[in-house]
Design a protein around this ligand. Structure first.
Ligand SMILES: O=c1ccn([C@@H]2O[C@H](COP(=O)(O)OP(=O)(O)O[C@H]3O[C@H](CO)[C@@H](O)[C@H](O)[C@H]3O)[C@@H](O)[C@H]2O)c(=O)[nH]1
Length: 480
């Protein structure tokens, strides 16, 4: 690698495991490489890099390289520890290795910035120590960022569990949130996962700036409130740079089959059902969903995974193994729905599916990348949140933006969405007035999303160009 005044500026990027973070961080790096003349190195964990992640990294164009950290065993961590707890321990253990990588990049490149996602905050002191500007790519909304920035104060002011608060939490410029709709690690304040979240909430104030994968017109009031608060001590500047989404294909042969099937369906007729890179349902819920989709009479394309009650807890970071997800469906389902539905085990080329004219709705777990991809393609949704910040996102898209419908869970305390409700909400979205309204709103958001990243003048393009220029200027003068 080159160092010297004519070498390109370099960015080091550290995503935590999982496609949900790898995708936006690599798309950001692509923009820096292809539009702003940077080169980039990814620092990735070996422990959790599965085939999908490795294939994704290998497909990145020239200008990128990646360094795999040595294995960081977590054998001493209880197997039932929450994913946030496991992640935070793993990141802590990675610090000496990250120091070595950043030191080496400083020697061999014009290292201009170090960009992480929120689970990697424990590595920030290394960048500080080496004088490398350190930024966070916040991979979800301004609303969730606002929640995190307010969390230490909220923690001080609250003595009960948040779900028992008599009033909703009101964040500046955001739709009110009931305690039970706050992010998953906030649901049990006695759990380690909550302490991890609180630690992250404190540490993100240490970064030099926060790039947010959202756009101003999507969340104008939440964005304005955060901008207003910037002069406060310990409030990093925020930059709206989204929607940064994956635009290529990563679906393989099965992906091509999905797209061929979609080509044969009438425009706007298909409900796409997918729960992100690793979302799964219980066996009973899979069965209810299947019966409901069948009863709805609608065409559907469903990315099917093995039930959550059949997956080992430590396997969270990996796509599932050899077990056949189709065997958990109701008997005869495949035969009865042949022609009306297509089932894809594990993975579909989601962005291409959402971009396809036949796709008329998206039943989603509300991961932020999925939502952005839906906004970009103007697809209305059914919000079916599972974990992380997905309930918070669901409130935003259903109550705030009006681009999604929410199925009701059964009153029997099972927490299940029963088949009748699945059929009803699918028909609502695809055939009725509520769906028509959501589709109209989705069309408006599609335009706003396109404007944010249009040419050089889109608000998000400008914001990223300013940050990139700042990094280049500092790298060029040797100030870093
Ligand atoms: O069959 C599939 C399934 C997923 N994807 C892609 O994988 C990504 C999934 O990302 P996302 O929708 O954000 O879901 P998660 O993978 O669950 O993402 C994690 O990270 C997100 C960003 O922080 C959070 O919003 C989520 O709650 C968290 O679970 C998207 O780009 C999808 O297009 C596919 O291409 N094909």
């Amino acid at each position: 690698m080159e160092r010297g005044s004519r070498a390109p500026p370099h960015v080091a990027v550290m995503p935590s495991p999982g496609m949900g973070h790898l995708i936006p961080l690599s798309e950001l790096a692509k923009l820096l490489v292809l539009r702003h003349g940077f080169t980039a190195t990814f620092i990735v964990f070996s422990d959790f890099s599965d085939n999908a992640q490795t294939a994704f990294l290998d497909s990145l164009p020239s200008g990128f390289s990646y360094v795999v950290l040595p294995p960081l065993p977590l054998d001493d961590v209880p197997p039932d520890a929450h994913v946030e707890t496991r992640l935070s321990i793993m990141v802590e253990r990675s610090v000496p290795h990250v120091r070595d990588v950043l030191r080496s990049l400083r020697r061999t490149t014009r290292l201009a910035a170090y960009v992480i996602d929120l689970f990697c905050v424990e590595t920030l002191p290394v960048a500080k120590e080496l004088g490398v500007p350190h930024y966070l790519l916040f991979t979800t909304s301004f609303m969730v960022l606002s929640l995190l920035l307010h969390l230490p104060a909220l923690d001080q002011a609250t003595s009960c569990e948040y779900r028992d608060l008599p009033e909703p939490v009101v964040l500046p410029g955001c739709v009110p949130l009931r305690g039970e709709d706050l992010v998953h690690p906030m649901q049990d304040r006695t759990d380690d996962a909550y302490r991890c979240m609180l630690n992250i909430a404190r540490r993100i104030r240490e970064v030099d700036g926060i790039l947010v994968n959202s756009f101003v017109d999507l969340e104008p009031a939440a964005y304005a409130a955060l901008k207003e608060a910037e002069p406060e001590v310990g409030r990093p500047n925020v930059h709206a740079i989204g929607p940064v989404i994956h635009r290529g294909s990563h679906g393989g042969a099965k992906g091509k089959e999905c797209l061929r099937w979609l080509d044969e369906q009438p425009p706007g007729s298909v409900l796409f059902v997918s729960f992100g890179s690793r979302g799964t349902l219980s066996t009973e819920q899979i069965q209810e969903l299947a019966w409901g989709l069948e009863a709805s009479g609608r065409q559907f394309l469903w990315v099917v995974r093995c039930p959550s009650d059949r997956v080992a807890s430590g396997a969270f970071f990996h796509l599932q193994g050899p077990d056949d997800p189709l065997r958990y469906l109701p008997e005869g389902f495949l035969e009865r729905t042949r022609g009306a539905g297509l089932l894809v085990p594990l993975w579909a080329p989601q962005v291409e599916v959402l971009a396809h004219a036949a796709t008329g709705g998206f039943l989603t777990h509300c991961g932020w990348n999925s939502l952005l991809e839906s906004f970009v393609h103007g697809v209305p949704m059914i919000a079916w949140p599972l974990y992380a910040e997905q309930r918070t996102n669901a409130v935003m898209i259903a109550d705030g933006l009006g681009v999604a419908l929410r199925p009701k869970t059964a009153a029997d305390g099972s927490g299940l969405v029963r088949r009748e409700e699945v059929a009803e909400v699918a028909r609502e979205l695809m055939e009725r007035e509520a769906g028509r309204k959501a589709r109209e709103k989705a069309g408006e958001l599609k335009q706003a999303a396109a404007q944010a990243v249009a040419g050089r003048d889109g608000s998000s393009c400008k914001a990223l160009a300013e940050v990139a220029q700042y990094w280049k200027d500092n790298a060029a003068t040797g100030d870093v």
